[in-house]
Design a protein around this ligand. Structure first.
Ligand code: SAM
Length: 255
Protein backbone atom coordinates (compact mmCIF):
# COMPACT_ATOMS: atom_id res chain seq x y z
CA UNK A 1 0.00 0.00 0.00
CA UNK A 2 1.33 3.47 -0.90
CA UNK A 3 1.04 6.10 1.86
CA UNK A 4 0.56 9.81 1.28
CA UNK A 5 2.74 11.69 3.81
CA UNK A 6 4.37 14.94 4.86
CA UNK A 7 8.23 14.97 4.71
CA UNK A 8 8.47 14.31 8.50
CA UNK A 9 5.99 11.42 8.36
CA UNK A 10 7.88 10.05 5.36
CA UNK A 11 11.09 9.91 7.47
CA UNK A 12 9.11 8.07 10.18
CA UNK A 13 7.94 5.51 7.60
CA UNK A 14 11.47 5.00 6.23
CA UNK A 15 12.70 3.87 9.66
CA UNK A 16 11.79 0.21 9.12
CA UNK A 17 13.27 -0.83 12.48
CA UNK A 18 10.82 1.51 14.23
CA UNK A 19 7.90 0.23 12.16
CA UNK A 20 8.75 -3.42 12.72
CA UNK A 21 8.81 -3.21 16.54
CA UNK A 22 5.39 -1.52 16.53
CA UNK A 23 4.07 -4.04 13.98
CA UNK A 24 5.31 -6.94 16.10
CA UNK A 25 3.83 -5.52 19.33
CA UNK A 26 0.45 -5.05 17.61
CA UNK A 27 0.62 -8.62 16.21
CA UNK A 28 1.38 -9.96 19.71
CA UNK A 29 -1.57 -8.08 21.29
CA UNK A 30 -3.79 -10.87 22.62
CA UNK A 31 -6.61 -9.20 24.59
CA UNK A 32 -10.08 -7.76 23.82
CA UNK A 33 -10.58 -6.20 20.39
CA UNK A 34 -13.59 -3.89 20.49
CA UNK A 35 -11.98 -0.43 20.37
CA UNK A 36 -8.44 0.93 19.93
CA UNK A 37 -7.29 4.55 20.01
CA UNK A 38 -4.29 5.56 17.86
CA UNK A 39 -3.17 8.85 19.42
CA UNK A 40 -1.00 11.07 17.21
CA UNK A 41 -1.74 8.78 14.27
CA UNK A 42 0.51 10.69 11.82
CA UNK A 43 0.27 9.09 8.37
CA UNK A 44 -2.03 6.42 9.85
CA UNK A 45 0.49 3.59 9.63
CA UNK A 46 -0.16 2.17 13.13
CA UNK A 47 -3.95 2.34 12.54
CA UNK A 48 -3.32 0.38 9.34
CA UNK A 49 -1.51 -2.29 11.43
CA UNK A 50 -4.51 -2.33 13.83
CA UNK A 51 -7.16 -2.44 11.09
CA UNK A 52 -7.79 -6.20 10.93
CA UNK A 53 -7.52 -6.68 14.70
CA UNK A 54 -10.18 -4.32 16.10
CA UNK A 55 -13.90 -3.79 15.45
CA UNK A 56 -13.36 -0.03 15.77
CA UNK A 57 -10.31 2.26 15.68
CA UNK A 58 -10.37 5.98 16.46
CA UNK A 59 -7.25 7.72 15.13
CA UNK A 60 -6.51 11.26 16.34
CA UNK A 61 -4.00 13.67 14.77
CA UNK A 62 -3.66 17.38 15.57
CA UNK A 63 -1.65 18.54 12.54
CA UNK A 64 -4.13 19.43 9.79
CA UNK A 65 -1.98 18.46 6.81
CA UNK A 66 -0.93 15.17 8.41
CA UNK A 67 -4.56 14.46 9.33
CA UNK A 68 -5.48 14.97 5.64
CA UNK A 69 -2.91 12.34 4.63
CA UNK A 70 -4.13 9.85 7.27
CA UNK A 71 -7.77 10.35 6.26
CA UNK A 72 -6.91 9.59 2.64
CA UNK A 73 -4.58 6.68 3.49
CA UNK A 74 -7.20 5.01 5.70
CA UNK A 75 -10.29 5.80 3.60
CA UNK A 76 -10.84 2.15 2.56
CA UNK A 77 -11.25 1.00 6.17
CA UNK A 78 -14.82 1.30 7.40
CA UNK A 79 -13.81 0.50 10.98
CA UNK A 80 -11.36 3.46 11.22
CA UNK A 81 -12.47 6.99 12.08
CA UNK A 82 -9.80 9.69 11.64
CA UNK A 83 -10.21 12.85 13.74
CA UNK A 84 -8.38 16.18 13.47
CA UNK A 85 -7.88 17.32 17.07
CA UNK A 86 -5.37 17.79 19.84
CA UNK A 87 -5.90 14.64 21.94
CA UNK A 88 -6.14 16.84 25.05
CA UNK A 89 -9.16 18.68 23.55
CA UNK A 90 -10.93 15.56 22.30
CA UNK A 91 -14.11 14.50 24.12
CA UNK A 92 -13.59 10.78 24.54
CA UNK A 93 -16.93 8.97 24.78
CA UNK A 94 -15.97 5.29 25.03
CA UNK A 95 -13.38 3.27 26.90
CA UNK A 96 -10.88 1.39 24.74
CA UNK A 97 -9.19 -2.01 25.06
CA UNK A 98 -5.94 -0.61 23.66
CA UNK A 99 -4.28 2.79 23.34
CA UNK A 100 -1.44 3.07 20.83
CA UNK A 101 0.47 6.32 21.34
CA UNK A 102 3.74 6.98 19.52
CA UNK A 103 4.59 10.51 20.62
CA UNK A 104 7.94 9.35 21.86
CA UNK A 105 11.08 11.35 22.21
CA UNK A 106 14.23 10.64 24.20
CA UNK A 107 13.29 10.56 27.91
CA UNK A 108 9.85 11.84 26.76
CA UNK A 109 11.05 15.44 27.08
CA UNK A 110 10.32 16.92 23.67
CA UNK A 111 6.97 15.31 22.76
CA UNK A 112 3.65 15.06 24.54
CA UNK A 113 3.41 11.33 25.31
CA UNK A 114 2.88 11.84 29.05
CA UNK A 115 0.47 14.85 29.01
CA UNK A 116 -1.55 13.11 26.27
CA UNK A 117 -1.65 9.73 28.05
CA UNK A 118 -2.54 11.42 31.34
CA UNK A 119 -5.61 12.84 29.58
CA UNK A 120 -6.53 9.74 27.54
CA UNK A 121 -5.85 6.97 30.09
CA UNK A 122 -9.15 7.68 31.80
CA UNK A 123 -10.71 6.22 28.65
CA UNK A 124 -8.90 2.89 28.86
CA UNK A 125 -10.82 -0.13 30.19
CA UNK A 126 -9.73 -1.54 33.54
CA UNK A 127 -7.65 -4.31 31.96
CA UNK A 128 -6.74 -2.21 28.92
CA UNK A 129 -3.22 -2.02 27.51
CA UNK A 130 -0.97 0.67 26.09
CA UNK A 131 1.56 0.25 23.24
CA UNK A 132 4.31 1.13 23.91
CA UNK A 133 4.04 -0.03 27.50
CA UNK A 134 6.79 2.19 28.90
CA UNK A 135 10.39 3.31 28.69
CA UNK A 136 13.74 2.81 30.43
CA UNK A 137 16.16 5.77 30.64
CA UNK A 138 19.92 5.38 31.03
CA UNK A 139 22.78 7.88 31.34
CA UNK A 140 26.54 8.03 30.71
CA UNK A 141 29.14 10.72 31.41
CA UNK A 142 30.50 12.22 28.19
CA UNK A 143 32.90 14.68 26.62
CA UNK A 144 30.84 16.50 23.98
CA UNK A 145 31.97 18.68 21.08
CA UNK A 146 28.87 20.92 21.22
CA UNK A 147 27.80 23.14 24.13
CA UNK A 148 24.03 22.92 23.60
CA UNK A 149 21.44 20.14 23.92
CA UNK A 150 21.48 18.03 20.75
CA UNK A 151 20.61 14.59 19.47
CA UNK A 152 23.14 11.92 18.52
CA UNK A 153 23.04 12.58 14.77
CA UNK A 154 26.40 12.85 12.97
CA UNK A 155 28.24 14.15 16.05
CA UNK A 156 31.38 13.05 17.88
CA UNK A 157 31.73 12.55 21.61
CA UNK A 158 33.68 10.41 24.04
CA UNK A 159 32.02 8.27 26.73
CA UNK A 160 33.62 8.53 30.20
CA UNK A 161 31.52 6.08 32.29
CA UNK A 162 29.43 2.92 32.18
CA UNK A 163 25.74 3.25 31.38
CA UNK A 164 23.42 3.53 34.43
CA UNK A 165 19.63 3.26 34.40
CA UNK A 166 18.08 6.26 36.16
CA UNK A 167 14.36 5.81 35.56
CA UNK A 168 11.79 3.29 34.35
CA UNK A 169 8.25 4.35 33.49
CA UNK A 170 5.21 2.12 33.02
CA UNK A 171 2.61 4.11 31.09
CA UNK A 172 -0.26 2.47 33.03
CA UNK A 173 1.02 4.18 36.21
CA UNK A 174 0.19 7.78 37.16
CA UNK A 175 3.16 9.79 35.88
CA UNK A 176 3.93 13.37 36.92
CA UNK A 177 5.43 15.31 33.97
CA UNK A 178 7.89 17.09 36.32
CA UNK A 179 10.94 14.82 36.56
CA UNK A 180 13.90 15.07 38.93
CA UNK A 181 16.68 12.53 39.59
CA UNK A 182 20.08 12.39 41.22
CA UNK A 183 22.45 10.66 38.79
CA UNK A 184 25.32 8.76 40.44
CA UNK A 185 28.10 7.80 38.05
CA UNK A 186 31.73 6.67 38.29
CA UNK A 187 34.27 7.82 35.70
CA UNK A 188 35.84 4.86 33.88
CA UNK A 189 38.62 6.97 32.32
CA UNK A 190 40.46 10.27 32.74
CA UNK A 191 39.14 13.14 30.62
CA UNK A 192 37.20 16.37 30.25
CA UNK A 193 33.66 15.88 31.51
CA UNK A 194 31.25 18.36 29.93
CA UNK A 195 28.07 16.42 29.22
CA UNK A 196 25.60 13.60 29.69
CA UNK A 197 24.39 11.09 27.13
CA UNK A 198 20.79 9.99 27.72
CA UNK A 199 19.63 6.76 26.06
CA UNK A 200 15.99 5.68 26.09
CA UNK A 201 14.92 2.08 25.56
CA UNK A 202 11.28 1.62 24.49
CA UNK A 203 9.29 -1.22 26.07
CA UNK A 204 6.73 -2.07 23.38
CA UNK A 205 5.23 -4.94 25.43
CA UNK A 206 6.45 -7.59 27.91
CA UNK A 207 8.61 -9.21 25.20
CA UNK A 208 9.97 -6.38 23.05
CA UNK A 209 12.44 -3.71 24.17
CA UNK A 210 13.75 -1.50 21.36
CA UNK A 211 16.98 0.45 21.54
CA UNK A 212 17.40 3.87 19.92
CA UNK A 213 16.72 4.13 16.18
CA UNK A 214 17.06 7.14 13.86
CA UNK A 215 13.36 8.07 14.25
CA UNK A 216 12.73 6.42 17.64
CA UNK A 217 14.43 8.08 20.60
CA UNK A 218 17.92 8.84 19.21
CA UNK A 219 20.22 9.48 22.23
CA UNK A 220 20.20 13.00 23.67
CA UNK A 221 23.42 14.86 24.55
CA UNK A 222 23.14 17.43 27.34
CA UNK A 223 25.97 19.83 28.22
CA UNK A 224 27.31 20.11 31.77
CA UNK A 225 29.72 22.59 33.30
CA UNK A 226 33.28 21.50 32.36
CA UNK A 227 35.26 19.48 34.90
CA UNK A 228 38.39 17.28 34.62
CA UNK A 229 37.71 13.76 35.89
CA UNK A 230 39.99 10.88 36.76
CA UNK A 231 39.21 7.19 36.56
CA UNK A 232 37.06 6.07 39.55
CA UNK A 233 35.95 9.65 40.40
CA UNK A 234 32.39 9.56 41.72
CA UNK A 235 30.15 12.18 40.07
CA UNK A 236 26.66 13.21 41.21
CA UNK A 237 24.44 15.33 38.98
CA UNK A 238 20.89 16.53 39.52
CA UNK A 239 18.85 16.26 36.30
CA UNK A 240 15.46 17.98 36.00
CA UNK A 241 13.03 18.36 33.09
CA UNK A 242 9.33 18.53 32.35
CA UNK A 243 8.04 15.79 30.07
CA UNK A 244 6.25 17.38 27.12
CA UNK A 245 7.73 20.86 27.74
CA UNK A 246 10.69 20.53 25.38
CA UNK A 247 14.47 20.44 25.75
CA UNK A 248 14.38 24.04 27.08
CA UNK A 249 13.00 22.57 30.33
CA UNK A 250 16.21 20.59 31.01
CA UNK A 251 18.27 21.72 34.04
CA UNK A 252 21.45 20.13 35.42
CA UNK A 253 23.78 20.85 38.34
CA UNK A 254 26.60 19.00 40.09
CA UNK A 255 25.81 17.92 43.65
C1 SAM B 1 6.22 10.67 16.25
S1 SAM B 1 4.78 11.04 15.29
C2 SAM B 1 4.12 9.40 15.08
C3 SAM B 1 3.16 9.27 13.94
C4 SAM B 1 2.60 7.86 13.73
N1 SAM B 1 1.86 7.39 14.90
C5 SAM B 1 3.70 6.88 13.41
O1 SAM B 1 4.02 6.06 14.27
O2 SAM B 1 4.25 6.97 12.31
C6 SAM B 1 3.72 11.80 16.49
C7 SAM B 1 2.46 12.39 15.90
O3 SAM B 1 1.66 12.86 16.98
C8 SAM B 1 1.06 14.10 16.61
N2 SAM B 1 0.76 14.80 17.87
C9 SAM B 1 1.65 15.34 18.74
N3 SAM B 1 1.01 15.87 19.80
C10 SAM B 1 -0.32 15.65 19.60
C11 SAM B 1 -1.49 15.95 20.35
N4 SAM B 1 -1.41 16.60 21.51
N5 SAM B 1 -2.69 15.58 19.84
C12 SAM B 1 -2.78 14.93 18.64
N6 SAM B 1 -1.70 14.63 17.89
C13 SAM B 1 -0.48 14.97 18.36
C14 SAM B 1 2.11 14.78 15.74
O4 SAM B 1 1.52 15.76 14.90
C15 SAM B 1 2.68 13.59 14.98
O5 SAM B 1 2.00 13.37 13.77
Amino acid sequence: MKFKTTPYQSDLLKDTGRLSVFYQAIQEYDSDRDLAYDLGCGSGILSYFLADKFKEIISIEMDKKTYGCAKENLSDFENIQVINSDVRDYDFEKKADLIVCEMLDTALIDEEEIPVLNHAKEFLKENGRIIPQGIINAVELACLERDYVHWDEEVNYEILSDETIFSELDFLDDIEPEFKATLKLKATKDGLLNGLKITTYTKLNDNIIAGPMPMLNPPLLIPLEERQVKVNDFIQVELKYIMGNGIESIETRYL
